[in-house]
Write a protein that binds this ligand. Structure first.
Ligand code: ATP
Ligand code: MG
Length: 564
C-alpha cells in the first residue's frame, strides 16, 4: 500500500508521537503493536485499532508488531489466531517478521514475578476468588489486608514454585501484587498477577498450569518487544497506574507509554466479542462471517472493501471521549468507494414478465450499455434485448397513485439503454388476481433510449431479456439490529431482543444480465437502481450464482428521476 493511503489525519496521538520523536525519547524510535486476544474474530472496532497502530508506524517510519495476547487458555483457539492474521492482512497491513505471542514470554514473565516476590512486592494468597472480592472494599471504603499478605519471601517463593509445579488445585491460590489495600484506584488493591488453570494451552500445551493475568502480561510484553507507545482503549485508563507500577518495580529495560483513545461504538451494532460469540453459538446468525455481522470477515463477505474500511477509520478520527458513530457513515464510505469502481449492470430481483407484442419473435437486438459512467475507462458492453423481458415487479402499478411515474396501463417508460415501451394489457392469475404478465408495444425509433421527436418519459426502468437471463439467488442484507443502541438496558430485555428480523431476505428467482454468468467470488457490481452487490464467497456456484447486497443506493430513485 502507498504511504498516502495510510497517513492518518493528525490527532492527539500523532501530536504526542511527533513531540516524542523530536525530543528523541526512545532514541527517536517508534514501535507500536496490535495485541488481540485470540478468543474471537476481529470486528470493525478492532479495525480502528489496527489502522491506528499500523498507520502511525507507516507514517513515522516505525514498526508495528502483531502480538497475540494469549494468556487465557480456556477461551482461546488457533482458529481465531489464523482468522485474525488473515483479517489484518486483508485490511492491507503487514507485520513482516514481527509476529509475537505473549505465551512465548511465559518463562520471562515468571522470572519477573519472582523478582517482585524477592522484593517483597508480591505474595501468594490462599483466599478464594470470592473472599478476595469481599476484601477489596469499595470506591468509598478501603479494602482489608489478606491474612496471607505478610508471608516471608522464602515461603512465597516456595509456594509460587509449587503453583507452577501443579501442587495446588485451580482457584486454591493466586499470586498477588503487594501494593496497597487502601489505594484510591481499586485496580491497585493488590491485583492478582497469576492464577492456577490446569488447562491445555493452544501453544504451550501442558507446560504451564499457572497463567499470568492481563495487567501483568501486557505491560511486560510491550516492554520485552521494545514498544514505545502502547495505544489502547479508554477502559484501560485506570489500569495505566498498574501498567507503570509493574514496569517500575521489575528490572525492565524499556518503559512504554500507555495512551488511551476512545473505542469505536457503532449504532445498530454490538461490538463486543462476548456478544458476537453468543450470536454465533446460539444460532442467531450463520457463523462469524455471516454478512450481517460487524466482523471483518462478515463485512468482507458482505462486499466491503479494505479501502472503504480504512477510509472509514480515517474519517471517524480519534478522540479521548467515547461516542457512537452512525452506521450510516460506514454505509456511505462503501458506497463512495464502490461508486467509483463497481461496474453497473442490470439485475431484476422480483421479476415480472413483459411481452413486447410488436417485437418479432426470434429477433434479438444488442444494445450498447455504459459500464460505469463514473469511470471513463470502464468501457461499454452489449446487452441483448428480445421479445420477452423481465422488469421489477415494483416498477408496475395497475392503479398508480399520483407520484408514481413508472409503468402503468397505457403509460410509456424508457427501458434503460433500449427502447420506449407502452403498456397495453395486464394479464392476471384467474384465481388470485395477481398480475403475472404485462403486454407492451415498443417504439423502434427510440433505440438507445431517446425519441427522435423529442417526447419525454418520466421513468427509466432496468430490465433483463428473458431468453438470455442468468438465474440467481440474491440475499438482501440490512442492519442486524432494529434499535440504534441495542446495548441500552431495557426492562428484562437484552440486545438479542432487538435483532432485526428483516436483516436478511432471500430472493431465489432473480434474473440477471447474461454478462454475469461467469461472475465468481470477488466480483462486485452495482445492479442499477437496486444497490451494490457481490458474489457470495461461500455459497455461490458456477452456473448458480448467489449475490449478496452490500448496501442499497441512497436516493437512487431520485437521481434517476432527474436524468429522465
Ligand atoms: P471486545 O470488547 O470486543 O471483547 P477486546 O478489547 O476484548 O474487544 P482484544 O482482542 O483485547 O479485544 O482487542 C485488541 C485490541 O483492539 C485492543 O487494543 C483493544 O483496545 C482494541 N479494540 C477492541 N475493541 C475496540 C473498539 N471497539 N474500538 C477500538 N479499538 C478496539
Ligand atoms: Mg481485551
Amino acid at each position: 500500500m502507498t504511504e498516502n493511503e495510510t497517513t492518518p489525519g493528525s490527532n492527539f496521538i500523532t501530536t504526542i508521537i511527533e513531540t516524542d520523536l523530536k525530543a528523541n525519547i526512545h532514541n527517536g524510535r517508534l514501535a507500536t503493536r496490535f495485541p488481540p486476544e485470540p478468543n474471537g474474530y476481529l470486528h470493525i472496532g478492532h479495525a480502528k485499532s489496527i489502522c491506528l497502530n499500523f498507520g502511525v508506524a507507516n507514517t513515522y517510519n516505525g514498526t508495528c508488531n502483531l502480538r497475540f495476547d494469549d494468556t487465557n487458555p480456556t477461551k482461546e483457539d488457533v482458529e481465531y489466531v489464523d482468522a485474525i492474521m488473515e483479517d489484518v492482512r486483508w485490511l492491507g497491513f503487514d507485520w513482516d517478521d514481527r509476529l509475537y505471542y505473549a505465551s512465548d514470554y511465559f518463562e520471562q514473565l515468571f522470572a519477573y514475578a519472582v523478582q517482585l516476590i524477592q522484593a517483597g512486592k508480591a505474595y501468594v494468597d490462599d483466599l478464594s476468588a470470592d473472599e478476595i472480592r469481599q476484601h477489596r472494599g469499595t470506591l468509598t471504603e478501603p479494602g482489608m489486608d489478606s491474612p496471607w499478605r505478610n508471608r516471608s519471601v522464602e515461603e512465597n517463593l516456595s509456594l509460587f514454585q509449587g503453583m507452577r509445579a501443579g501442587d495446588f488445585e485451580d482457584g486454591s491460590r493466586v499470586l498477588r501484587a503487594r501494593i496497597d489495600m487502601a489505594h484510591p484506584n481499586l485496580i491497585m488493591r493488590d491485583p492478582t498477577l497469576y492464577r492456577i488453570r490446569k488447562t491445555r494451552h493452544h501453544r504451550t500445551g501442558d507446560t504451564w498450569c499457572i497463567y499470568p493475568m492481563y495487567d501483568f502480561t501486557h505491560c511486560l510484553s510491550d516492554s520485552i518487544e521494545g514498544i514505545t507507545h502502547s495505544l489502547c482503549t479508554l477502559e484501560f485508563e485506570n489500569n495505566r497506574t498498574l501498567y507503570d507500577w509493574v514496569l517500575d518495580n521489575v528490572d525492565a529495560t524499556c518503559h512504554p507509554q500507555q495512551i488511551e483513545f476512545a473505542r469505536l461504538n457503532l449504532s445498530y451494532t454490538v461490538l463486543s466479542k462476548r456478544k458476537l460469540i453468543q450470536l454465533v453459538e446460539e444460532g442467531f446468525v450463520d457463523g462469524w462471517d455471516d454478512p450481517r455481522m460487524p466482523t471483518i470477515c462478515g463485512l468482507r463477505r458482505r462486499g466491503y472493501t479494505p479501502e472503504a474500511i480504512r477510509s472509514f477509520c480515517d474519517r471517524i478520527g480519534l478522540a479521548k471521549r467515547d461516542s457512537v458513530v452512525d452506521v450510516a457513515l460506514l454505509e456511505y464510505t462503501i458506497r463512495e468507494d464502490l461508486n467509483k469502481r463497481a461496474p453497473r449492470v442490470m439485475g431484476v430481483l422480483r421479476p415480472l414478465k413483459v411481452v413486447i407484442e410488436n417485437y418479432p419473435e426470434g429477433q434479438m437486438d444488442e444494445l450498447e450499455a455504459v459500464n460505469n459512467p463514473e469511470d471513463p475507462n470502464a468501457g461499454v458492453r452489449k446487452v441483448p434485448f428480445s421479445r420477452e423481458i423481465y422488469i421489477e415487479r415494483d416498477d408496475f402499478m395497475e392503479n398508480p397513485p399520483k407520484k408514481f411515474y413508472r409503468l402503468g396501463p397505457g403509460r410509456e417508460v424508457r427501458l434503460r439503454y433500449a427502447f420506449f415501451v407502452t403498456c397495453t394489457d395486464v394479464i392476471k392469475d384467474q384465481t388470485t388476481g395477481e398480475v403475472i404478465e404485462l403486454r407492451c408495444t415498443y417504439d423502434p425509433t427510440t433505440r438507445g433510449g431517446d425519441a427522435p421527436d423529442g417526447r419525454k418519459v418520466k421513468a427509466t426502468l432496468h430490465w433483463v431479456s428473458a431468453a438470455h437471463a442468468v438465474d440467481a439467488e440474491v440475499r438482501l442484507y440490512d442492519r442486524l439490529f432494529s434499535k440504534a443502541n441495542p446495548d441500552e438496558k431495557e426492562a428484562d430485555k437484552t440486545y438479542k431482543d432487538f435483532l432485526n428480523p428483516e436483516a436478511l431476505e432471500v430472493l431465489r428467482d432473480c434474473k440477471l444480465e447474461p454478462c454475469l454468468a461467469d461472475a465468481g467470488p470477488g466480483y462486485f457490481c452495482q445492479f442499477e437502481r437496486m444497490g451494490y452487490f457481490c458474489v457470495d464467497t461461500k455459497d455461490s456456484q458456477p452456473g448458480v450464482p448467489v449475490f449478496n447486497r452490500t448496501v442499497t443506493l441512497r436516493d437512487a430513485w431520485a437521481k434517476l428521476q432527474k436524468k429522465s
